[in-house]
Design a protein around this ligand. Structure first.
Ligand SMILES: [Zn+2]
Length: 414
């Protein structure tokens, strides 16, 4: 059933695009995407990319400053306390600038391939540059991934040069030495060939380029990521048991890598389950409507009677918005009798749409990012007037995923 609702007012068929849930470049000391986009404090914009400081950054900044200052105290007992901390803070700041530089180099290469970089966030385990989509070719992934460790290596060489240039300044020497070593370890650690480290992405790009199979490459790189993570956790536990408590950090990083590696493999499974499907395959073609003037009380009765949780709101055959149980529940119950659906609904301009052709994977990402339960499907083809042809719900996508993973071999032969 096709519904022509927009004849009265020409509707621009522009589909509102929510930012999709993005793949991410996880770096430095890693890595798991649990932060909302742009979470934290925005400190500025470089190359058009907003830079954020996550709240965990404060702790790590304080901890690193303290560790560096303590080291300077041991190595340079002749310095004043102020000097220990002043050089400590400066070293810390330059360390974070180094992490930012590492992320920016991934970003510059990504931008070179016309992949938008959404944001860079500095947080507990280092930096995180988010790109809008996965690279479409293995060589692009390779180049984006290798840019980070190369940048850290370059910085390491730069600080080495600084130490050589100023042999008589103890503070510059100490600072340069620390940053030279730290950037070098950053480069080396990130080159470990396990997903989601840069080295794991390089590894994946090589397997992908050789086999032409992105899913297989991700599984291989994910498996080696898990191996590295287990090695770090076991090695860390061994060291901690033998009194080296500094290795607690290694266990923590190993644990993060393990999670991220598992997640990346799970994402491939989802990608496979949804491959080749588009919104039209899972949409429900019946789109129930309600008039805008009815009260929320009446709307709840309609929901209870039909079991449908989402309705388009119409006014004299014109679409004016969308109403669902979630929106209903956001109004206190005692106000239901006095409020109309029109007053509470999601107005037309704020509805997120999809088209029948949108790939299901991308649609699912948008639905999750926007945190909505359903999206109307709009077709602009045919006579040119956009029409609502159906509705896709989160549940319908999850059902397809479940069925397809149960029928794995069958679905694959499709
Ligand atoms: Zn990196």
């Amino acid at each position: 059933m096709r519904q022509k609702l927009w004849e009265a007012s020409p509707f621009s068929a522009e589909v509102k695009r929510a930012p999709s849930r993005l793949p991410f470049w996880s770096c430095a000391r890693l890595i798991r995407e649990r932060m909302n986009r742009g979470s934290g404090l925005r400190i500025g914009k470089i190359l058009g990319i907003p830079i954020y400081l996550h709240s965990t950054w404060v702790f790590i900044f304080a901890a690193i400053t303290w560790i560096i200052a303590s080291q300077y105290k041991r190595d340079h007992p002749n310095w004043t306390d102020i000097q220990h901390y002043a050089v400590g803070v400066l070293t810390s700041l330059l360390f974070f600038a180094s992490v930012l530089f590492h992320e920016l180099s991934h970003s510059v290469v990504a931008q070179h391939y016309k992949i938008r970089v959404v944001s860079i966030t500095l947080f507990l385990f280092g930096g995180l540059a988010r790109i809008e989509r996965e690279p479409s070719k293995a060589i692009q992934e390779f180049n984006i991934a290798i840019a980070g460790p190369l940048a850290s290596g370059l910085l390491s060489a730069g600080f080495f040069g600084l130490a050589v240039l100023f042999p008589y300044s103890q503070s510059v020497g100490a600072l340069a030495k620390w940053l030279c070593w730290t950037n070098l370890s950053l480069a080396v650690f990130n080159l470990l060939p396990g997903f989601p480290l840069d080295g794991g992405r390089i590894f994946r790009a090589m397997v992908w380029g050789t086999t032409g199979n992105f899913e297989k490459a991700t599984r291989v790189a994910g498996a080696s990521g898990k191996l590295i993570a287990y090695a770090m956790i076991l090695g860390g536990v061994w060291q901690v048991v033998h009194g080296n408590t500094q290795m607690l950090w290694t266990i923590l990083i190993g644990w993060f890598i393990l999670n991220a590696a598992q997640e990346s493999v799970a994402q491939v499974a989802i990608r496979q389950a949804l491959a080749g499907l588009s919104a039209a395959d899972v949409m429900s073609k019946e789109v129930p409507t309600v008039p805008g003037h009815i009260t929320l009380e009446e709307y709840s009765a309609e929901v209870l009677r039909t079991g449908r949780r989402c309705h388009l709101v119409v006014n004299a055959d014109r679409l004016i918005g969308m109403m669902n149980v979630h929106t209903l529940n956001s109004v206190p119950r005692n106000e239901w009798a006095h409020n109309s659906v029109q007053a509470a609904m999601i107005p037309r301009e704020k509805i997120l749409w999809t088209s029948p052709e949108e790939p299901l994977l991308r649609l699912l990402e948008r639905i999750l990012t926007a945190d909505v339960n359903q999206m109307p499907v709009v077709s602009g083809a045919g006579d040119g007037a956009p029409q609502i042809v159906g509705i896709v719900t989160r549940d319908s996508i999850l059902r397809v995923m479940q069925t397809r993973s149960e029928l794995g071999p069958l679905a694959a032969s499709r």
